[in-house]
Design a protein around this ligand. Sequence first.
Ligand code: G3P
Ligand code: CA
Length: 293
Amino acid sequence: MESKLSKVVIAHRGASGYLPEHTLASKAMAYAMQPDFLEQDLVLSKDDVPIVIHDIHLEAVTDVASKFADRKRADGHFYVIDFTYKELLKLNVTERFNPETNLQIYPKRFPKGKGSFKLHSFQEEIEMIQGLNKSTGNTIGIYPEIKEPAFHLNEGKDISKIVLKVLSDYGYLDKNDMCILQCFDANELQRIRKELHSKLFLVQLIEFKEEAQKLKLFSTYADGVGPWYKQISKEFVKEAHNLNLEVHAYTFRADDLGEFGSFGALLDYGFNTLNLDGVFTDFPDMAVEFLQE
Ligand code: G3P
Ligand code: CA
């Protein structure tokens, strides 16, 4: 993977447009859609197991509030880090919803509260993807994100070290391996490159528009950047390319089109107008089909 890939599709939280995000079912469905990468957001459990989940809190995608009502912190949240892996496996995972209103975020998606889905570890997901690569002959990659490293450090945990060890155990060591490691925290991603000596392909995620000014700094340790597509221009992508940074933008959703008349028009804007190298999408089948056409 050392050399630049052609345009890539990243299955954002799996096939999350069709099945509850980050469930193994969603990952298996996404795998069958043949994207280039499957994404894993990672948060540590109390016993240091990297869990594939987007938030450091549990209440927007699980039934934690009814199963462990007494484990709520004073701030009103249930934290992944307060539960052992064994305890986390007791939770049912559901389509994302607003815990205050109980309404699901994307009303047309998989119905909230239906089906039987569980949390899982990063290792379990890697084993499923590597197993499928073996059984199908594909070479689909992983795209893990280290979530909130400063929060983890404050809780006495070095999530980056733990994630890098898992990656190394499963053979993801350098840019030739089908793994891209991403993080929003620029200090942490620099640390991963410079102090933890990772040789992996690193993507600096960009949350705020003003961070887009820091491309030159990002190019000193990262191989790519991951901005919100609404915050960038084709000039931004050009500047990134001039600095040898790939641009993988988030998040392309067929049920959140904004000003675009169709998902095809949105993908055309991303891949052709902006000239992105990759897109994170909840609908990997549609992005794969778009690129094939
Ligand atoms: O990681 C890139 C993409 O996933 C956008 O961020 O908030 O969905 O993890 P988020
Ligand atoms: Ca992510």
